[in-house]
Design a protein around this ligand. Structure first.
Ligand SMILES: Nc1nc2c(c(=O)[nH]1)N[C@H]1C(S)=C(S)[C@@H](COP(=O)(O)OP(=O)(O)OC[C@H]3O[C@@H](n4cnc5c(=O)[nH]c(N)nc54)[C@H](O)[C@@H]3O)O[C@H]1N2
Ligand SMILES: Nc1nc2c(c(=O)[nH]1)N[C@H]1C(S)=C(S)[C@@H](COP(=O)(O)OP(=O)(O)OC[C@H]3O[C@@H](n4cnc5c(=O)[nH]c(N)nc54)[C@H](O)[C@@H]3O)O[C@H]1N2
Ligand SMILES: [Mo]
Length: 757
């Protein structure tokens, strides 16, 4: 409701006691006071430590809207004020997005996939591999219009008329398995590469794989082949029996899957659950290798696709997105469609405000440094340390101040206790938020930001079928301000030119109109009709028709037709089962071809003796990450006010735990309370807690304290996937016991007491 400052920060500024973050009282201040504090601190840090010392990478989600994109705006503000350290990659697709451009020349997390109408007509076997599209398509990067649900329903109907076999390869029988009545292949977490190798080895030794495809469309199979049969590296043949011991899937089932995949038109639908893991670079690489051996890449209904679960992937779309649609904000803000755009007819998109857009004059020279997004804590801990990333060596900058707007790092980042400690290295932490999240409570200065209901904006649906007028529905609560205005007011403390560089002389509504005008011009040029702005704003939306051609799109069909003319964007122009480039980096944990590497924590590792349960942390059904956790939606799932943890009946019985018990989940990194849900939907040895439950420390700011509510990231390790992607993980080994003693009340959903209110 009001700008607030932490009490000891208000007294001592950047010299305040940082260990009090989280436990200190907050004091209400005026907006003018808050702006002064921030602008002065920015100036001090720039002067004493340089522009790298300000972290403005501000990763995370936020309300929909092309203008009020707080992340882009905070970057834009800092870029004008004096520069900053930003970030590259996302917690969503860290590994897949770094590895796949080497393999197929494109970021497979956003590359278009064979569309549903083609699947519905042609596929005979559909494999949801670490994917839960029925759950995760609920959201979109933009306004979700949920067209994928219509198609998934059609697919289910089609399966009644002709035989379509559905498999789900997952430690959990998820929403999608349930919806399609899929056969569940229970796999131990983070062992997918072993299973794929077992299938590949069987196809190879039984002579069932497509030699012609491999020969014509891929490169490096001969290197991989040696590894597959045990003539290189570990000198072990990757037989189904070998794989079975690692992944827990019966060797006969592995052989059955191999035969299924080559005898039916098979679509491998890979989610991103497999790559959010130690060595997360390997699964997608190996899946593309396996699909190549099956040989159906480029055929209708066969091959692979790695975005069916996200933002209406597989839905035929009317237009190329020129705005922030297809990917989650690369750092320069110039987001948009990726290389492979065969399926999109030219027509209007909608652009949004971006970090560097039209920032001319002296501001162009401002320095913007970059770190891989999930290495933020490592960076805070190790200023000046050298690290490898994607073939190059870098040095971590020394960060003194961080500004977050749109995102909840005290939910999304791993190893919470380590993070709480690392955060104490910051002189100053500023947060724009709409709610009293765990992150807002760790801030020195908190500014109340409006939500999309409280302001005007414009957005498109992810499927490109609509542009929406997002009209203000209510007045801002309390003294809340739009992020846009907050940054303008900070820049006023720098000068009129700085303000002008930020606003470009436009009011917010003029920006909204300008975004529309850009699309309008594109539409006119490509012969598509659009209403003039005024009429659009009145009516609330414009709709675009999907061209028939988009309903026939088959991924890699053109490449299959002619791999010389339609070569891929890799050095060889083919699918690179062996990558000379990657091999040349000489990384220990990511070599020239896909391989099985033992993850740091899995059911086969030593740690499992002490912590025998493998925790997975998928995306929540009734939230967008941590958003909406402070609403009645909690009542739909929580157990005694705690985030649920799913456990197999046998694992529960062994520990004397019953459905509905409050349990303590712990490992060497930390401890959380959770509510037991005893169910066979999760395989034995595996437990499941969704990401995003609000972090509720019993003693805020204290390292090692109990989280009373069930923030899974207290337990997940913060170790990079490998030197290639430096990505984040989402699994861990844990132990669970019935909670003894008095159950503490939840504190996080009550707003803190504020002095001066
Ligand atoms: N263990 C584990 N951890 C994970 C994952 C996992 O699978 N397992 N998934 C990872 C993934 S893929 C992601 S994308 C991240 C998500 O992590 P985040 O994107 O950080 O999570 P959200 O809860 O969506 O946080 C968005 C915050 O922005 C605020 N907000 C909304 N609108 C506005 C606005 O207009 N202005 C401002 N200033 N603030 C606003 C909301 O109140 C909310 O607190 O989590 C990652 N963390
Ligand atoms: N309702 C809802 N939808 C969302 C979001 C949300 O917060 N809520 N977040 C959105 C965002 S930002 C993103 S990035 C996407 C995330 O999309 P994904 O990353 O695909 O989603 P997850 O739920 O993390 O994982 C998908 C499946 O992988 C399984 N899995 C986990 N580990 C393994 C493993 O080692 N092997 C195998 N085979 N399977 C495994 C999980 O059990 C789950 O069923 O979802 C988006 N959609
Ligand atoms: Mo994500």
């Amino acid at each position: 409701m009001y700008p607030c400052v932490r009490e000891s920060y208000l007294k001592n500024g950047y010299k305040s006691d940082k260990t009090k973050r989280g436990s200190d009282k907050f004091v209400r201040v005026s907006w003018e006071k808050a702006y002064d504090l921030i602008a002065n601190e920015l100036k001090r840090v720039y002067k004493d430590h340089g522009s790298d010392a300000v972290f403005g990478g501000s990763y995370g989600w936020f309300c929909v809207g092309s203008l009020n994109n707080p992340q882009a705006l905070v970057g834009r503000m800092l870029g004008i004020a004096g520069g900053y350290t930003s970030r590259t990659c996302t917690y969503s697709t860290h590994a897949i997005r770094q590895i796949t451009p080497y393999i197929t020349g494109t970021d497979e997390s956003t590359a278009p996939v064979t569309v549903y109408p083609v699947i519905i007509e042609n596929s005979e076997c559909i494999v949801f591999w670490g994917a839960d599209p029925i759950n995760t398509n609920q959201i979109a990067w933009g306004v979700p219009d949920h067209q994928s649900y219509m198609y998934m329903k059609e697919l289910k109907e089609a399966a009644k008329k002709r035989n379509i076999k559905f498999y789900i390869i997952d430690p959990v029988y998820n929403n999608t398995g349930l919806y399609f009545g899929a056969e569940h292949i229970q796999i131990r977490p983070t062992t997918d590469v072993a299973l794929m190798l077992g299938i590949a080895n069987y196809l190879y030794t039984e002579n069932l794989y497509d030699k012609d495809f491999v020969h014509k469309y891929t490169i490096g199979f001969d290197e991989f082949e040696k590894y597959l049969v045990g003539e290189s590296e570990d000198m072990v043949a990757k037989t189904p029996e070998w794989a079975s011991k690692i992944c827990g899937v019966d060797a006969n089932v592995i052989k059955m899957l191999a035969k299924e995949f080559v005898s039916k038109r098979t679509m491998l639908m890979g989610g991103w659950g497999t790559q959010r893991a130690h060595h997360g670079e390997q699964p997608n690489w190996m899946m593309i290798t396996l699909a190549s051996m099956i040989g159906q890449v480029g055929l209708p209904g066969g091959g692979y696709g790695m975005s069916y679960h996200y933002s209406d992937g597989g839905v035929p779309m009317p237009a190329a997105a020129s705005g922030n649609a297809l990917s989650e904000k690369p750092i320069n803000g110039s987001v948009g469609a990726v290389a492979d755009t065969e399926n999109v007819a030219a027509s209007p998109g909608l652009s949004g405000i971006s970090i560097n857009s039209k920032m001319d004059g002296p501001w162009k020279q401002r320095k913007i440094n970059v770190i891989p997004v999930s290495r933020i804590v490592e960076c805070l801990e190790n200023p000046g340390k050298e690290y490898n990333f994607d073939g190059k060596a870098y040095k971590y900058p020394e960060i003194k101040m961080a500004y977050w707007a749109g995102g909840n790092p005290f939910h999304h980042h791993q190893d919470r206790n380590r993070m709480v400690k690392a955060w104490q290295k910051l002189d100053t932490f500023v947060v724009n938020e709409c709610f009293w999240t765990a992150t807002a409570r760790m801030a020195d200065i908190v500014l109340p930001a409006t939500t999309e209901q409280e302001r005007n904006d414009i957005s498109k649906s992810h499927s490109n079928s609509y542009i929406f007028a997002m009209k203000q529905a209510v007045k801002p609560a309390g003294e809340a301000m739009d992020d846009f205005d907050i940054f303008v007011n900070i820049l006023r403390r720098f000068g009129a030119n700085e303000v002008l560089a930020f606003t470009e002389g436009k009011t917010k509504m003029e920006w909204v109109e300008a975004f529309y005008a850009e699309s309008y011009d594109k539409a006119i040029k490509s012969g598509v009709k659009m209403l003039p702005f005024k009429e659009f704003w009145e009516k609330g939306f414009v709709k675009f028709e999907t061209p028939e051609s988009a309903k026939k799109f088959v991924k890699h069909a053109k490449f299959r037709q002619n791999p010389v003319i339609n070569r891929l964007g890799t050095p060889s122009g083919k699918i690179e089962i062996f990558s000379k480039k990657i091999a040349g980096y000489n990384y220990k944990e990511c070599k020239g071809h896909p391989m099985w590497f033992e993850p740091m924590e899995w059911l086969g590792s030593k740690v499992a003796k002490e912590f025998p349960l493998n925790l997975v942390s998928p995306h929540p059904k009734y939230r967008l990450h941590s958003q909406l956790n402070n609403t009645w939606l909690r009542d739909l799932e929580e157990v005694e006010g705690r985030e649920p943890i799913w456990m197999h009946p046998k694992d529960a019985a062994k520990r004397g735990i019953q459905n509905g018990d409050i349990v303590r989940v712990f490992n060497k990194r930390g401890q959380v309370l959770a509510g037991a849900v005893v169910t066979e939907a999760v395989m034995q040895g595996v437990v499941r807690m969704q990401e995003g439950a609000w972090y509720d420390p019993a003693e805020p700011g204290k390292v090692g304290t109990l989280c009373r509510h069930g923030d899974v990231n207290v337990l997940i390790p913060d170790v990079g996937t490998s030197e290639l992607a430096q990505g984040n993980q989402a699994t861990a080994l844990v132990e669970i016991e019935k909670f003894k003693g008095e159950v503490p009340d939840i504190g996080i959903f009550k707003a803190p007491k504020i002095k001066g209110v």
